[in-house]
Design a binder for this molecule. Structure first.
Ligand SMILES: C[C@@H](N)C(=O)N[C@H](C)C(=O)O
Ligand SMILES: [Zn+2]
Length: 223
């Protein structure tokens, strides 16, 4: 009986990841022709149940100046957006939703962030060395909220340049430790790598397939 239950559970898990793999073999195309042309999609077009609050629309701990226009969307490569949808599906079992803090970041914004950081390559990718995966549409900054969008206890706020922001920091508050585990497990199962210094930053494991940065002018020709 136990064996039967176990094999049923394994089949269920396999079916879920097969669904993701099926979707990944033909990722969606944005309904916006401009985004479709550059191979990006608004994450809300892929999953309406994701929450979005782009942090760089206002001053942030690293940049005292907003980096994005107020109508800037959370854009990702379609395959990366599908992985995020899968992670969101997994956290729903805990009554949570994924809240997107940042997604595609134009190279011009990355350069501004790099300068504002005082050239701190522990927390910001140096665009003079190699592109940030954000600028290729394959990295995403995320946290958890309740299904109604209320914040839950997480280790730190966005872009906190502190030891507590590390992915492997041992949190003494059991609620924080549990929430980080839920996020990490969902993101890993959906096919993302974490970044050691920032618990909120995740990279699509297939990021090498998309090495090109996408300039802001390709996404917003009129600025
Ligand atoms: C700055 C922070 N939010 C971030 O995304 N850092 C990584 C390393 C990046 O700049 O790509
Ligand atoms: Zn990031």
């Amino acid at each position: 009986m136990r064996l039967l239950l176990l094999s049923g559970w394994c089949c269920l898990l396999a079916a879920c990841s097969n669904d993701l793999n099926d979707d990944l073999s033909s990722p969606p195309i944005s309904s916006d022709p401009l985004l479709a042309k550059v191979g990006l999609i608004d994450v809300l077009e892929v999953d309406r149940t994701l929450k979005v609050d782009l942090q760089y629309k206002r001053p942030s701990p690293i940049s005292s100046r907003p980096l994005y226009a107020q109508d800037f969307q959370a854009l990702l490569k379609p395959a990366t957006a599908l992985r995020l949808k899968e992670a969101n599906r997994l956290v729903k079992a805990h009554g949570y939703r994924i809240l997107v803090w940042d997604a595609y970041r134009p190279p011009s914004a990355q350069l501004e962030l790099w300068n504002a950081s005082g050239y701190n390559d522990t927390y910001v990718a140096n665009p003079h060395n190699a592109p940030s995966q954000h600028s290729c549409g394959t990295a995403v900054d995320v946290t958890l909220v309740t299904s109604r969008g209320k914040p839950v206890k997480m280790p730190t706020g966005f872009d906190s340049v502190t030891p507590e922001a590390a992915s492997h920091y041992q949190h003494s508050d059991p609620e924080i430790a549990r929430n980080v585990r839920i996020l990490q497990s969902a993101m890993r199962r959906a096919g993302f790598y974490p970044l050691p210094a920032e618990w909120w930053h995740y990279i699509d494991r297939d990021y090498r397939q998309y090495p090109e940065t996408i300039p802001l002018s390709a996404v917003r020709p009129r600025g």
